[in-house]
Design a protein around this ligand. Sequence first.
Ligand SMILES: NC(=O)c1ccc[n+]([C@@H]2O[C@H](COP(=O)([O-])OP(=O)(O)OC[C@H]3O[C@@H](n4cnc5c(N)ncnc54)[C@H](OP(=O)(O)O)[C@@H]3O)[C@@H](O)[C@H]2O)c1
Length: 346
Amino acid sequence: MNAEIAFGSLQRTVDPALVPQRILYTGAKMPAIGLGTFGSDHVSAAEVAEAVEGAAAVGYRHFDCASVYGNERQIGHALQQISRGGIKREQLWLTSKLWNDKHGESDVIRSCRQSLADLGLEYLDLYLVHWPFPNYHPPGCDVSSRSNNARPYLHAEFMKTWRKMEELVTLGLVRHIGTSNMTIPKLRLVLRDASVKPAVNEMELHPHFQQPELFTFVQLNGMVPVGYCPIGSPGRPERDRTPEDTVPIEDPIIVKIASRLKVHPAVVCIKWAIQRGQVPIPFSTNRSHYLGNLEGAVSEPLTESEMRDIRSIDRNCRLIKGQVFLWKEGQSWEDLWDMNGEITPP
Ligand SMILES: NC(=O)c1ccc[n+]([C@@H]2O[C@H](COP(=O)([O-])OP(=O)(O)OC[C@H]3O[C@@H](n4cnc5c(N)ncnc54)[C@H](OP(=O)(O)O)[C@@H]3O)[C@@H](O)[C@H]2O)c1
């Protein structure tokens, strides 16, 4: 089968059957690229929903949603349109996430049911615990915002949430459960104690933040690494910017490969991500951008030497530092990420 790439702009689409897939430990197949749906506090729910519909029309079948993005109801309407257009539910991969103020025993199932109702679905393919901390922050807050009862990662508490996540699988409301923003020491404990293992770990991954140790750990333990901010999140909220941040799409190596391929540097980031084995979930509301990213998933691969060159430009530059989730005074964001290999003590 050939990619339906007719170079007449609006007619261009990608045959979803050509998009690479990742096989999860259950045997389920997940499209190796999805569309992100976080409007970064400035792109409206309606615009994101329109992009979801447009992305399905050009060949996307995987959408990364979350209740905290505040747009699941609008995305639900887009999914109805997509279904009316003849795309069946089983052809789609839909992820949602449990927000931080719904950890614990009482709210997980209710919150998942709410996402299902908003999205107009009977089941999710994947449901993630969005962050390992139960610390809420409101949309649009600034970097100094802290939740009143902010707490650290407490494994016994996390497992109460995880048991409810497992129940969602038993109830048939979700097909897989997974984690997000985890570290190796936290994942070790979850893998030790889980009855239903996480199928994926969603984590920041781009050429300037390759997280080789966690990436390998995730894969070796039978999980798929899903990569957020795959392009370096140029539109991220102000609270997630610091002067030290680097810009992967301006890296000379990425720019050079992009000029060889005559694509935007963003597309190089996507090609690298898929070839490396992660599942990038780039956000875009611009048709030519999200189409270009999907075309990048099915076009000629990067050469081995290009892959090596990109491996060499890792800057260990975390963009989403998570300061708003800190739980006591005087901490720095590194405390969220267990930098010395042990869970940061409470
Ligand atoms: N689990 C978590 O905690 C977590 C955290 C952060 C993000 N996420 C998920 O990951 C998704 C992606 O992350 P992100 O949105 O922060 O960052 P991203 O995908 O790295 O970057 C998105 C930005 O790149 C631009 N862009 C996309 N494709 C482009 C192209 N081909 N050419 C030029 N510009 C392009 C978009 O602008 P245009 O709209 O103008 O194209 C948008 O501003 C989110 O939407 C969300 O679903 C999850």
